[in-house]
Design a protein around this ligand. Structure first.
Ligand code: FE2
Ligand code: FE2
Length: 393
């Protein structure tokens, strides 16, 4: 890309300041769908250029959806009603997790992310030498960063679940949604407690995650909120939680993630149920295509740009360029595994709701994401099964 070449020839300090703007422009010109560009661009400006998620408290976002009332209380979606019953039976209390456990993320015996998560040899070849202790601290920073993004995502999920509960037209979906609001509240509670009392470190929201949350919270269309939160963010989170569950040697976090994964499996299942018929039957072809392109953009945003720049700014801002850091993170074995597991969960769900037609497949193929096409979707997979699969792997 021309802008990359121009950047390569600039002095380090100027380059460091310009890179976020170039990334914003690249993001906003990545889609060929004018409607997607129009709906994402304002969020791109707010997230990437104005960095609204990093400007202190509060961040206020207007919402534009309609609240859908139904005074006849129909039993209209038996499968959602079943999920509602299961959700009531599976409620749990965050206080019951083993909070007495001592967490020490710098202790190699209890590390949250595995030692091989990052490829320190490639950092050394870029001229950065860290002591063993610094390597463990960087690993710990990366764990806090990841858990902080989980927490910020959960806050987005809490408000999105509340909005969707208001806006959705299925009455059984509204009842189910009420349990999801409680679930997401509990997830905010436990991730925050973990970060606050065990890690003592909270990172700000990643700009790209902010863009996605900003876009779906402000969109007036319930199905776009649903697609953004229940399929994309939750689907990817489910993959990320699963990877961390498998990787971590820290028993409190393992238990916490096990409980959260079971809730999230229901949430994604609900998203698939609600959107499958809607996308297939209620939308025009151009409306469906817009959702298909929107989903692809969000997938790319999460695949290419969720690169821990907040850790970079803390550790390496004056030693590496953003591009060098992005290459380091992209190539690191831990992130590669995260990407693989996240998309293994997401792609089958997109197929299931009809957003993976022959028209878009070549784009996913070019992005290296088509290998996951044949996997099981959330409607075929329960939370218990998911944990059993993770334990067996
Ligand atoms: Fe959640
Ligand atoms: Fe969720």
């Amino acid at each position: 890309m021309l802008s990359d070449k121009v950047l390569d020839n600039l002095p380090h300090e100027i380059r460091r300041r310009l890179e976020p703007y170039v990334e914003a422009v690249q993001l906003m010109t990545a889609t060929n769908n004018a409607k997607v560009l129009r709906s994402m661009a304002p969020s791109g400006v707010r997230g990437l250029i104005l960095q609204r998620g990093k400007q202190g408290v509060p961040t206020l976002m207007p919402s534009h959806h309609k609240v859908h009332f139904d005074w006849t209380y129909p039993n209209d979606q038996p499968e959602m009603r079943k999920l509602y019953t299961r959700a009531k039976e599976q409620q749990w209390n965050g206080d019951d997790l083993p909070w007495h456990i001592d967490v020490d993320p710098e202790n190699p015996e209890k590390q949250i992310l595995s030692e091989e998560f990052m490829d320190f040899a490639s950092l050394r070849s870029a001229g950065i030498r860290l002591t063993d202790l610094e390597e463990r601290r960087l690993n710990s920073s990366m764990s806090s960063w990841m858990l902080s993004q989980f927490l910020h995502g959960e806050q987005g999920a809490l408000f999105a679940a509340a909005q969707v509960t208001e806006a959705v037209q299925f009455f059984d979906g509204k009842l189910y949604g009420s349990t999801q609001v409680v679930d997401e509240g509990r997830h905010v509670e436990v991730f925050h407690r973990y970060l606050d009392t065990k890690m003592n470190k909270l990172y700000q929201i990643n700009d790209n995650l902010f863009v996605i949350i900003d876009a779906l919270i402000q969109d007036s269309r319930w199905d776009v909120k649903f697609l953004g939160m229940q399929i994309m963010v939750e689907g990817l989170a489910l993959g990320a939680f699963g990877t961390m569950y498998q990787m971590t040697k820290e028993p409190l976090l393992k238990e916490l993630l096990k409980m959260v994964i079971q809730d999230e499996a229901r949430h994604v299942h609900y998203g698939v149920l609600a959107l499958r018929d809607h996308f297939r039957n209620a939308l025009s072809e151009s409306e469906r295509r817009e959702r298909e392109d929107w989903a692809f953009e969000v997938a790319l945003l999460m695949r290419n740009r969720f690169l821990a720049f907040e850790v970079y700014e803390e550790w390496f801002e004056h030693k590496l360029t953003r591009k060098e850091w992005a290459e380091f993170v992209t190539a690191s074995p831990g992130f590669a595994l995260f990407r693989q597991v996240m998309f293994k969960r997401l792609v089958p769900n997109l197929r299931e709701i009809g957003l993976m037609t022959d028209r878009i497949k070549p784009h996913y193929d070019r992005a290296g994401l088509m290998e996951y096409f044949g996997g099981q979707s959330a409607s075929q997979l329960s939370g218990d099964q998911m944990i059993a699969d993770l334990d067996a792997a």
